[in-house]
Ligand binder design. Sequence first.
Ligand code: ZN
Ligand code: ZN
Length: 290
Amino acid sequence: MRCSVCSKEAILELPVYKKRLCAEHYVQWYYEKTRDFTKKLTRPGDKIALAISGGKDSLALAVFFSQYQREFDVDVFMFHIDLGIPGSSQEARKVVEKFSRDLGMELYVYDLKKELGRSLPEFRKGSRPPCSVCGIIKRYLMNRIPRELGANKLATGHNLDDQVENFFKNWLSQHWDWIAKQKPILPGQGKLLTRIKPLFERTEKENTMYLVAHGYDLPGYKCRYSQPAKWKPIVEMIENEHPGFKLAMIKSIERFDYPVSTQELGECKVCGEPTSQEVCAFCKILGLNK
Ligand SMILES: [Zn+2]
Ligand SMILES: [Zn+2]
């Protein structure tokens, strides 16, 4: 298999884009595609926190921004939450620290055990599954801490495959406003940071190959609580029959016009962070609602 540009050996085929690319031309292609998309989401002078879990997508996001920040006038830093999950959290943190050194990119680590006295598994009380507690904790901290560090935007590594999976779940449960919230940019209000998804059109495979083409070893750890994605194998079957299906879906989501609830957010009476309730979900988990 030869590169469509230079005829060196290709590292992957992109049927949707009718291309086969070598490592060098793949890195260039990925950067240009993602840059043209990200330009719509950022403004000169932005200070952007990158949510870096240590998974492949988030690491691809960091590598991409190490170049993007030089070309555009934006300031970025990595933000990582050490959840204290035995095994995976320690390894994830090491990988994130390595990328921060390699890319020369500032990193802020929030250590759950150190800051709140409890690791994620120790929050598992009552009937809530750990992933729902984890989601609440991450959403809260990924807004509050980067904002306190001076960021005006938060970038996450949500990829195309995750978005299509979420679309099916939201669609079948008739949560149209959740689909509207899947858009690549969600404007902030008050204390709520603007959230952007620069890898909105990039597949999991494209992100993985972006790291491979840069010569990085791929992280092998997996969160012990992660659930198998239900729709992904079905979506892959359709994609194989109709290359471009996933990209067409994601472009529809981007244009999906449904009013996102404009309910004014109040402030949590305990911590002062934005919430639609009297006491926010994070403070409730911490037991601060008495
Ligand atoms: Zn080439
Ligand atoms: Zn609160």
